[in-house]
Design a protein around this ligand. Structure first.
Ligand code: SAH
Length: 348
């Protein structure tokens, strides 16, 4: 059992079954999730309780590297897991508080053409304790409390559904980190079956959909998930999610020059989604070596935004955070693995 990735009830059962008092579970849960620690030898657990937990797993998520932007207050992390796998994370400061981007898998098997995280496929899922560990490691490092979480690091959260939900329920627990579901966003390429599952959980989490194309032919060409669940399937699932949660959907739309930035795209979006309670977030493509496309010019991006607004969509262009410390998901880790991480900015 991963002790720092289970519910308080499970910890209680574990201690009682092993002849210890149930309140030891409360002590340990507080130590893990309120204090954000895993060095249990320094906790106030009894000798007997420490003896009992000794043979169980406690995941440690350590900071391997921190990159701090000189342009803004964005920080990027490389976290090292117990098996020496590496995932990345980002911490951003907004006027309403800190926001952290969390990785949910080592690698990814979704195969989106423009994404660096998926190039080597999926290595493995992260456990709940490893996702919580990213939060606590960043908070301890900067002595802060993070308010908002976006599951938009490496991995497809809906492809690691059970662990992700457990992570979020523990993060939400008022005896631990006490994060509101309203401050959590899951980003998905559109795993429709899991969107339905999430709809039933009574967890009013924000949903962000990586859309990137406006018709099935073009979307399938860059996002293999569209062959499994096409835009009709996705659209129905989103209607259902909104009917259950009343939450607005965010569409992430990575702008690729000459591919998805035309008037036709605006028309197709309008035909399909104008009825939907939604918001469109435009992301200029971050070029990666393996995908030979460019982002549109600033002028063309603004033009596309204006067309969407004229079609009555609510649109923002994603502010580029930490542009000097590498772009989109997977690029930092890939650089580290290539031995190519020096000199881009201050690193610890
Ligand atoms: N698997 C999830 C979350 C991780 S990807 C998802 O698909 O939503 C996080 C976001 O970054 C997604 O919208 C993804 O499409 C986008 N992204 C990935 N690579 C990118 C790149 N090179 N340029 C711009 N956005 C990118």
């Amino acid at each position: 059992m991963e002790l720092n990735g289970v519910y308080l009830d499970e910890l209680r059962d574990f201690f009682v079954k092993n002849g210890e008092k149930a309140f030891r579970a409360n002590q340990l849960f507080t130590f893990f999730h309120k204090n954000g620690r895993w060095d249990v030898d320094n906790s106030n657990l009894s000798k007997k309780a420490l003896e009992i937990i000794k043979v169980q797993k406690i995941s440690k998520t350590e900071i391997l590297k921190v990159l701090e932007s000189k342009v803004d207050e964005t920080k990027k992390f490389l976290f090292e897991l117990d098996d020496a796998n590496i995932v990345e994370g980002v911490l951003m400061k907004y006027n309403y508080g800190y926001s952290q981007c969390i990785s949910t898998q080592v690698g990814c098997r979704m195969g989106c053409k423009f994404c660096a995280s998926t190039k080597a496929g999926l290595l493995r899922n992260l456990s709940p304790g490893e996702m919580l560990g990213q939060v606590y490691a960043a908070e301890n490092y900067y002595k802060i409390k993070v308010k908002n979480f976006i599951l938009m690091g490496s991995g497809e959260p809906m492809d690691n559904f059970e662990n992700v939900i457990k992570f979020l329920k523990i993060l939400h627990d008022e005896r631990g980190h006490n994060t509101s579901y309203r401050n959590i966003t899951i980003s998905t390429c559109g795993v429709v079956s899991e969107i339905y599952k999430l709809s039933e959980l009574d967890m009013p989490i924000n949903l962000a959909i990586s859309l990137h194309e406006t018709n099935d032919l073009d979307r399938s060409a860059i996002m293999p998930i569209n062959n499994r669940y096409n835009l009709d399937d996705l659209s129905k699932a989103l209607d259902y999610y909104i009917s259950k949660t009343n939450n607005r959907i965010t569409f992430e739309y990575t702008l690729i020059k000459g591919k998805n930035d035309s008037e036709k795209n605006v028309r197709e979006l309008k035909n399909r989604f104008s009825h939907l309670l939604c918001h469109i977030n435009l992301i200029p493509l971050n070029p990666i070596d393996e995908y030979d496309e460019k982002r549109p010019s600033r002028e063309d991006i603004n033009k596309f935004k204006k067309l969407l607004e004229e079609a009555s969509f609510n649109v923002t262009i994603r502010r580029e955070l930490g542009p000097d410390i590498d772009g989109s998901c997977g690029q930092l880790r890939a650089k580290l693995l290539r031995g190519d991480l020096n000199g881009c900015c201050r690193s610890n």
